[in-house]
Write a protein that binds this ligand. Structure first.
Ligand SMILES: C[S@@+](CC[C@H](N)C(=O)[O-])C[C@H]1O[C@@H](n2cnc3c(N)ncnc32)[C@H](O)[C@@H]1O
Length: 231
């Protein structure tokens, strides 16, 4: 793990509502305040996500490349990953040098993400109430492979929270309607809202954000670009 340089500590962090705790200060806060949610159903998916990451890297790299073509990702870009899990997407954003933040309510996932991305600001918070993330404080917000697990009412709350924290672009990478049996069985086991989500995702996102474009990533996933402004 790299120690932060003294000059980094002195930099202002306008994307966070209050002075963020240092890496070492964050650890006690994480364990004390989150013991009840440290173990949830996602805890048991942590090793699965580690295995899946190897298969997903290439697709994610190309999806992020497509985002970069639309909105250049630079060291000045503030990027948030909501439901960041073990840091799979943030790790793929690292080469762009962006200022990275992430939120996820699952302690085990966040523990992994913290170990591999010490430079990122990571908060144990759910998508509908990201108290550490200021209004319009992020240029780009990613939500990958997460929304289909939420029920429709909760998704609506999450869209409002995404719109609150994002200045330019909300990037959703998630399923579209497909006929992949393995995906269907996996999602049935996972028990989220996948079967309804794939039918409604286009309309939901188009209604929740000023402008929405869809690009196919692979036979079962799409890149949904939700712009915060009309052209
Ligand atoms: C399938 S994983 C995807 C993780 C990551 N986005 C990725 O693409 O690798 C779903 C993630 O959603 C997180 N999650 C579950 N409930 C959540 C909530 N209410 N708000 C934000 N994230 C949540 C889980 O902890 C888990 O990390």
């Amino acid at each position: 793990m790299h120690a932060r340089r003294a000059s980094d500590q002195d930099l202002p962090r306008p994307h966070v509502t209050k002075d963020p705790p240092t890496q070492t200060q964050r650890w006690p806060a994480l364990t004390q305040s989150t013991m009840p949610s440290f173990v949830n159903k996602w805890t048991f998916f942590t090793p699965v996500m580690m295995g899946l990451e190897l298969l997903r890297r290439r697709g994610l790299r190309s999806a992020i490349g497509a985002v970069h073509e639309q909105l250049p990702l630079t060291p000045a870009t503030r990027v948030l990953d909501v439901g960041c899990g073990i840091g799979t997407v943030l790790a793929q954003l690292k080469p762009y040098g962006c200022r990275l933040s992430g939120t996820d309510p699952t302690g085990a996932m966040l523990w992994m993400a913290r170990r591999r991305l010490p430079e990122a600001d990571l908060f144990q918070e759910p998508a509908h109430a990201m108290q550490s993330i200021g209004d319009a404080s992020q240029d780009v917000t990613f939500v990958c492979s997460t929304l289909h697990g939420f029920d429709p009412d909760y998704r609506r709350q999450v869209y409002a929270e995404l719109a609150r924290v994002t200045r330019e672009l909300v990037v959703v990478i998630d399923y579209h309607e497909n006929h992949n049996l393995l995906v269907a069985v996996t999602e049935w086991v996972e028990g989220g809202d996948y079967f309804r989500f794939v039918k409604t995702v286009d309309d939901e996102l188009a209604a929740a954000f000023p402008r929405m474009e869809v690009q196919r990533v692979d036979p079962w996933e799409s890149l949904y670009l939700c712009w915060m402004r009309t052209p």
